[in-house]
Design a binder for this molecule. Structure first.
Ligand code: AMP
Ligand code: ZN
Length: 114
């Protein structure tokens, strides 16, 4: 057991609005959405960040990315577009150190990001 916020969500110790779950991954609504769709897709197994990935996680990360695409498709976002983001460490503003893929969509977004 650990104190990680997203591990606690995966274990149902903290409530979240789950939008997808399978053996490997879970997806839930961001508590402070930055777009009409703002879903976080996480591996159930704890990994701190992209900095901690090894080759064994290639298929897991592929599953996260493909799930983001599937959720976007379910919501009619594929054609109009959406953004997928992994924040890593301080300069990117990572606040939860359990790797998560942000799926943001439903509005036009600027580039470069802030
Ligand atoms: P990051 O800044 O990339 O580490 O993103 C962490 C995200 O987790 C932020 O967008 C937060 O709004 C979100 N967040 C924090 N606590 C919760 C929670 N209890 N349930 C859902 N999302 C959360
Ligand atoms: Zn965790």
């Amino acid at each position: 057991m650990n104190d990680c916020l997203f591990c606690k969500i995966v274990r149902r110790e903290i409530p979240a609005t789950l939008v997808y779950e399978d053996e490997q991954i879970a997806a839930f609504n961001d508590v402070k959405p930055q777009a009409p769709t703002h879903v976080l897709i996480v591996p159930k197994r704890h990994i701190d960040s992209l900095n901690k990935l090894s080759i064994e996680e290639d298929s897991l990360i592929g599953a996260l990315v493909r799930r983001a695409s599937a959720i976007a498709a379910e919501r009619g976002l594929s054609e109009g577009g959406y953004r997928t983001v992994f924040n890593t460490n301080r300069d990117a503003g990572q606040t939860v150190f359990h790797i998560h893929l942000h799926l943001l969509g439903g509005r036009a977004m600027g580039w470069p990001p802030g």
